[in-house]
Design a protein around this ligand. Sequence first.
Ligand code: AMP
Ligand code: GLY
Length: 424
Amino acid sequence: MNIGLIGSGGREHALCQKIYDSKFSKKIVCIPGNAGTSKIAENVDVDIKNFKKLYNIIKLKKIDLVVVGPEEPLVNGLVDFLSKKKIKVFGPNKFASKLEGSKAFMKKLCKENNIPTANFKVCKNKKQVINFINNNKLPLVVKADGLAAGKGVTICNTRKKVINISEEIFKGKFKSSKKLVLEEYLEGEEASFFLIVDKKSYKFFGTAQDHKRVKENDLGPNTGGMGAYSPANIVNKLIKKKIISRIVKPTLHALKKKNNPYRGFLYIGLMIKNNNPYLIEFNVRMGDPECQVILPRLKSDIVKIFYNAVNNNLKKTKIEWKKNKSMTVVLCAKGYPGNYKRNIIIKNLNKIKLEKSDYIFHAGTKIKDNKIVSSGGRVLNFSSSGNSFQKIRKKIIKLLKKLNWKSGFFRKDIGWKVIKNENN
Ligand code: AMP
Ligand code: GLY
């Protein structure tokens, strides 16, 4: 089969690698891809916002199945657009993508279906904000309603901050929406839980824990994710059962009732408190960098899984996992998540000897004058697997030191919480 893969991050390179490893894939076309995907697929540089151009490329390259990596084209209705033109495409439609595309939609769905989540109010003006502050304890969390490229959530310790951030959103700081969700702050430990879903059933697709803060010890501003590990053992059997019965089943049922059954990856962002899961967010795609730790643990053929999902045959599809552990550390450009330089050459990449369980997944990279250069804030993901998170991390850091990219930085403490317990 010829597969089209949309996106250009570390997540897409990890997906591309798995598709490449499949016995069912013939040709892979990455749109637009990165320097890493260009080694195992054909990159085609098309603006993924331009659906017509995407369609033309898909026809030209005789693509049999399209996999959409990032949320933006999903939220903008790419799946609806391609499906109408009879293209097989893996991902949720525009309506179902509102689970991620509109926090207000997601929270209302939770309320209507008794799904455990933080107490909240959808606010359209300052009066509603002040009313919520008066009736709830600080800290409070302000969330822009629409897509905000990971910058829409602020945890506020003072009334003043809640009001200031809210006013910025009302004034149109984020183009996607002028509404916001104000909600109570949940304490606990975060974990991400993944499913692959088709219109008839769903299958477990791993757990992981991301590290969103830029600095060690989970300090500093939020990023897209500085590293992750899988599995996230906090999600034990009992919690998994509760996630399925209290969050997954009512959500998928509610979308079916609204005549928009879900299909695609479903990322369930959770806060676990006293052995109970609370929904923080849904994402309608795989996580990045969570994908870079989950896919290396997948034993089954991913193209077969995608093919069965687009034909609503997931129920009969066996999805098997390795019992090992895996970790990824993200190498970022200095300055990220603030301003950083681009187009800096990354030397030494071919000096690094990788073993079978090691991967360097590219994110913000491209090829310029035959050299690999940086093109984004998160540049490379160093992933590895084994039986001890501590040993895996040591190995990854050794490889990162070998690369010795002077324009970059990375967190040396990914997995610190789980490693502390590993040693007890
Ligand atoms: P989101 O974009 O909704 O995932 O929010 C980004 C991050 O903000 C989450 O990963 C959490 O770390 C944090 N967060 C969001 N909502 C809450 C909440 N209600 N309580 C505590 N932390 C939260
Ligand atoms: N790693 C967080 C995300 O993919 O949204």
